[in-house]
Design a protein around this ligand. Sequence first.
Ligand code: GFB
Length: 319
Amino acid sequence: MDKESKIYIAGHRGLVGSALKRKLESKDYTNLLLRTHKGLDLTKQQEVNDFFEQEKPEYVFLAAAKVGGILANSTYPAQFIYENMMIEANIIHASYKYGVKKLLFLGSSCIYPKFAPQPLKEKYLLTGLLEETNEAYAVAKIAGIRLCKHYNQQYGTNFISVMPTNLYGPNDNFDLETSHVMPALIRKFHEAKVNNEPEVIVWGTGKPLREFMHVDDMADACVFLMENYDFSEIGEFVNIGVGEDVPISELVKIIKEIVGFKGKIKYDTSKPDGTPRKLMDVTKLSSLGWKANISLRNGIKETYEFYMKTQRIKIKIAI
Ligand code: GFB
């Protein structure tokens, strides 16, 4: 990629897309192509084709997706599978049709079988049954990986895929029903502290293990791969993670301490735990020369500051 290359970030307002935008701008990429949902509905093939025909992007980061936490995934499976498959098929096909030089597709660690050996190696894809709470999303993401692979095989395109672990950071979704665990807990502990509540409710048993990566590390890894490696070098896809995980109960303790909540924690076991563990094997990524930088504690502190800043802005607007 040259600094003047026309680079389309699909989903630039989301957690990952906004981090990609920050990273590319900080590296002086000057020709970023951005569209909001209002201007371009990525589930509509004709709109996507017209956009690619008119704009002719040279590079594409496919970070647009319908995403959510464990409850959103299990409550709205039809929307998760339909919207994600439409977005992927439309963008990947248009990228082939209009001669995109290179595309990066973002998958997810939930593509791996529920009981795959840990840590998860890239070769475990499609070796067993998926976790039920996010099967719809996982099937759509697997379709995206295979779209890239088969377009490369048949048409000689250069579409690469990455599988990130659980991500968090600025511009995350802090809605208590649809968010992932990290933003949900930051908000729950903050509101409980401010309102002097005696306890915070945490979903599930607290026993599942999760690996968390700050989205700025993720964006750094994506740009690194786009700049340096082609499909012919990295193969079907690469895991992106930090290489270690924590039980949810430990994450709860860390967030409680950072926020400064003094009350009790109660586990609501009527809510699902999801997959017991999904730790990424990052051997392949390390061998390519990249590793994560941001520690879990520092990342959480920064995300909590972001959350408080947006809260203050909301209060100011309301006044
Ligand atoms: O982050 P999360 O929603 O998704 O939940 P997954 C992770 C774990 O945290 C689960 C527990 O065991 C939840 O039960 N948890 C505890 C909570 N308290 C809360 C809470 O207040 N909110 C939430 N959301 N969880 C998602 C998949 O799985 O991970 C997606 O559904 C995607 O497909 C994403 O792959 C990265 O890690 O279980």
